[in-house]
Design a protein around this ligand. Structure first.
Ligand SMILES: [Fe+2]
Length: 290
């Protein structure tokens, strides 16, 4: 377009999804840039923006461009409010959640409304580890053999943080927990199809991960084995990417078609990340009747 000066570069990752985006400032997008970012997000599902160094209000404002927020911003961190580090001994309820999230999952599938996506930024990173991995559930669905694809098309599973944390022995204390309790939904357990049709692209994706359990019509042990095998198959190269964070990096991912996880790090080192969660559309991200 005459006079167009956008310098955005979108470089796809060496995977079935994801791209690194440079040549723009998320805190100060120019005319036409938001539309390019949004289109790239729908295509690649994960966008990585190095070196943005967003202030918290700037991150919230960027996240709001994608829709209403489930929550505006929260730390994902092993640093206590007093600045000391949490002890990695599994008696700390925040550590239990951090460790639980090292299993592949989608956000808020255990709530009545699954999240649409998330903006995530790095403020303090450890020297080794503490990566974030994502896995492309569109490509995973496409890679299933015909018989398995036909099977999963007709199945659903319940999603619960009580289940996923309990399976690890990581449920919070009854009293005196330092974890907010967010996600331990006590209403009807959401039931979701194993295959989600993306509301904006129409592509099918597996909706699985650590919160999914108890497929109706299967014995619990059979359901658990089947779901574990699906995750093991789905979360393999070339359908995965793990990001080695630099301070100031920001990412946006599509929670309607990707799983994600953290990787371990020495919790003797601080890791401070900021998470803004975009709410799902009630028309397309609501659970089936429980
Ligand atoms: Fe998560």
């Amino acid at each position: 377009m005459p006079g167009e000066t956008s310098t955005i570069r979108v470089e796809p990752l060496d995977a079935t999804f994801g791209a690194v985006v440079t040549g723009l400032r998320l805190a100060d997008l120019r005319a036409g840039e938001w539309e390019q970012v949004h289109a790239a997000w729908l295509t690649h599902a994960l966008l990585i923006f190095p070196g943005q160094h967003l202030a918290r209000e700037e991150q919230i404002a960027f996240a709001r461009r994608f829709g209403a927020l489930e929550f505006d911003i929260a730390p994902i961190s092993n640093v206590k409010p007093d600045g000391t580090l949490r002890v990695e001994d599994n008696s700390d309820d925040v550590v239990k959640i951090l460790k639980g999230n090292m299993g592949w999952h989608a956000d808020s599938t255990y709530m009545p409304l699954q999240a649409k996506g998330a903006v995530f930024s790095a403020e303090v990173v450890p020297t080794v580890g503490g990566h974030t991995g994502w896995a492309d559930m569109r490509a995973a669905y496409d890679a299933l053999d015909a018989a398995t694809r036909a099977r999963v098309d007709g199945l659903s599973a319940y999603h619960s943080l009580h289940y996923s944390q309990g399976r690890l022995g990581f449920n919070p204390k009854d009293k005196g927990s330092e974890y907010s309790g967010y996600g331990f939904h006590d209403g009807p357990v959401p039931l979701r199809p194993l295959v989600k049709v993306h509301p904006e692209t129409g592509r099918k994706a597996l909706l699985i991960g650590r919160h999914a359990h108890a497929i109706p019509g299967m014995e619990p042990a059979e359901s658990e084995r089947f779901l574990d095998e699906l995750v093991d198959f789905a979360c393999q190269s070339p359908r995965i990417y793990h990001h080695d964070w630099r301070v100031g990096d920001t990412v946006i991912w599509d929670n309607r078609c990707l799983l994600h996880r953290a990787t371990p790090w020495d919790m003797g080192q601080a890791r401070v990340m900021w998470h803004s969660r975009i709410a799902g559309d009630p028309v397309t991200e609501a659970a089936c009747a429980a």
